[in-house]
Design a binder for this molecule. Sequence first.
Ligand code: DON
Length: 426
Amino acid sequence: MQTPIPFYLDEILEKVRYQDGGAVADYIPQLAAANPSYLGAALCTTTGHLYSAGDDEEEFTMQSISKPFIYALALQEYGLEEVRSLVGMEPSGEAFNELSLNRDDHRPVNPMINAGAMTVTQLINGVDSGVDERVEHIRKYLSRLAGRDLTIDYQTCDSELEHAERNLSLAHMLRNYDIIQDDAHDAVMTYTLQCSTKVTVKDLAVISATLANGGTQPITGEKILDADVCRLTQAVMSSAGMYDGAGRWMAEVGIPAKSGVSGGLLGTLPGQLGIATFSPRLNTEGNSVRGVEAFKLLSQEMGLHLMATDQRYGVAPIREVEIIDDTAIVRLQGVMNFSAAESILYRLEDYEITAEQVLLDFSQVTTVNRIGRTMLKEGLRRMREAGFKIGVIDPDELIKDRTMRDGTQVRRDDTEDFMIEGEELW
Ligand code: DON
């Protein structure tokens, strides 16, 4: 069977192709020369399946789409407290290049507007880093997120730097208040080179899927960011990623997102997937016209709104309950979060178990979050209290800390008798 997802993506692109309003960004001469008819989309699941349609091999510069990822890197390198002492987390409701800082402490309001993004960039590779070393550090990191070696479009960068008075004035303002230490020209140079990193729409889907996946690149398997960092970054994207249109965006589309003036648009569904579109014509807020429409359709037609009350995790968390001799094996699958654990414990409460021993089998589980782990361990403990022998089958050691609430340990029982060997479930 051929998967229908590329066809769904194609259909969505065809539905938005007729939209020829808006204009390519012209404040950067190199972007003004872009082909306005390019149109592409890609989707990458947190399990590493990548689908794409349209102009999916075309490279363009990341521009502002780089901002959340550099924010994530700063959080990873410095921690929230230090980063927050320099840049806030509030939506600004202003344009991306607004000349604005907090009135009281002069911090930029958030890391998605240029003032905040430049501040965050200055932290990378240590505050004393030179421009070249910092840019290379950023390029290598973005390449790890994409899973391939990304390059910088120096022509676009030079072209932007010829007209960078606004960003320079922001950098001077930041220096005036001791928010950044670098020379203003160096700060703008570094930020503009970061914005000039070239990607395809497929790269963007993979990069955003890495955030959605808690920092593990879903195709290479490399752990790049902490899950907490990804949570914070996506939270800021949801309130500030679409600038002055952020509130309307969350209501209508409901996908934490980030746009760039070269026409890229990227979104994350935490725990599920990353999506991206590319179409260079922009609306007055600086977002891709067709990209915005495509995201609205993706949200509606593929049921991707984060706030939808039916937003659950695809697979039923209990795959089956198998009885082998005196043991009931509860075979779990997918993501073990609050909802999954709640549903498992609810089912087990009413399940008439006649066996002496109950084992929870995690061999087909993809991830277990803290609350999922806590709830499932507590469920096991209560079963033991009710007279059952309990344990887990956990070949990948997803339950790293097996201590239960009463200080005793959940026993691991990875004996071959109870394992499903080599079975492909998806
Ligand atoms: O700072 C700038 O002007 C650009 N290099 C990036 C702006 C951008 O992509 C804003 N997003 N829509």
